[in-house]
Design a protein around this ligand. Structure first.
Ligand SMILES: Nc1ncnc2c1ncn2[C@@H]1O[C@H](COP(=O)(O)OP(=O)(O)OP(=O)(O)O)[C@@H](O)[C@H]1O
Ligand SMILES: [Mg+2]
Length: 320
């Protein structure tokens, strides 16, 4: 039970961690969830609670109980067989949509050779720090922390590593100080290479979302990527059709440059859930290039991402 009169003056970031606050005979008892915090942050938070709660007139004494009930952090991989179908776009926008729904989500850009999250999330200049040999994710202005090779190497610098190093890099990005993030969305590179194998072997995802365009070739590749997850015992949460239907910005007429509905049909054939479709929309590309993902706004274009995020959240709560 949280006595709101006791916690009203706390900043929202601390208030969110108060699981109970009661007042009895002048003594306030506050239970604070400090999971994922560094010792210094924990001490700071405890002091802030003491001060803020203690300032209330009726309170003579404050007792703070710290708990670290860390909810198990889960990984969901966003993959595709073919490149360029919109994995990175979907990952960033899903993360933002989930954040806006109140989930604590981090983004891992597992595309070691061709990172794109720093550009999409508009924080290319950010550089992660490290603590106790682990990276601290960088913030984006959208409430979603992120780690990407793009934050570690200079822009335009070629990364020419071989398999084992790539696996190491991925481990550094995932096994980082993710704080209270309950979900890591991992933006995979295309295909079925070293990164995917390391992912499956070392950090088995709770599930995978597969992206495809309506083209036949992309569909076949998505099916192959699906097999990779199947073999590793990672459930495919569902298929997303990206770049389906193009609304002409001048006349509004919707055309289907890559066909439409193909991914939903394929999902039916493969007996996989269909999570939704995202139209081919110039605003999505422009937003991605400018570090302004559409899911952060309130235009109609945010809606398909929200709808897919809702389905993903439902899947996560059902399988919790
Ligand atoms: N629905 C969409 N409408 C318009 N442009 C889109 C859409 N989805 C993605 N794009 C654009 O298509 C390009 C490829 O998208 P993205 O980088 O997300 O694909 P990817 O699958 O991650 O590619 P890669 O395999 O290279 O990692 C980007 O320029 C992106 O802005
Ligand atoms: Mg990508």
């Amino acid at each position: 039970m949280v006595d709101n009169a006791l916690t009203a003056a706390l900043p929202a970031s601390i208030g969110a961690r108060v699981s109970s606050a009661t007042l009895k005979d002048g003594r306030a008892t506050v239970v604070l969830d400090v999971a994922g915090l560094a010792p210094a942050e924990r001490d700071e938070m405890e002091a802030a609670v003491r001060e803020s709660v203690g300032a209330s007139g009726e309170v003579e004494d404050v007792r703070v109980i710290l708990t670290a009930e860390r909810k198990a952090r889960r990984i969901v991989a966003v993959g595709s067989g073919k490149g360029g179908v919109g994995k990175s776009t979907l990952t960033a926008n899903l993360a933002i949509a989930l954040h806006r729904m109140g989930h604590k989500v981090g983004v891992v850009d597992a595309d070691i050779y061709g990172p794109s999250q720093p550009m999409i999330l508009g924080n290319q200049a950010a550089r992660p720090e490290a603590r106790e040999n682990k990276l601290i994710p960088v913030e984006s202005t959208f409430g979603v922390p992120v780690l990407s090779m793009g934050h570690l190497v200079k822009q335009g610098q070629a990364i020419a590593w071989r398999g084992p190093m790539v696996g190491n890099a991925l481990s550094q990005l995932i096994d980082a100080h993710w704080g209270d993030a309950e979900l890591l969305l991992v933006d995979l590179p295309p295909g079925t290479g070293d990164v995917q194998l390391t992912m499956l072997q070392k950090f088995k995802p709770a599930g995978a979302v597969l992206v495809s365009t309506p083209q036949d070739l992309a569909l076949i590749d998505a099916a192959r990527a699906g097999q990779l997850f199947d073999q590793a015992g990672v459930p495919v949460i569902g298929l997303v059709e990206n770049m389906s239907g193009y609304a002409c910005p001048h006349c509004g007429e919707v055309s289907d440059p890559f066909g439409a509905g193909g991914v939903e049909d394929a999902a039916g054939r493969l007996e996989l859930p269909f999570l939704g479709r995202i139209p081919l929309d110039l605003a999505i590309r422009q937003g991605s290039d400018a570090g302004k993902p559409p899911a952060a706004g309130d235009d109609a274009i945010a809606e398909p991402f929200r709808a897919i995020a809702t389905k993903l959240a439902t899947w996560l709560s059902k399988t919790a």
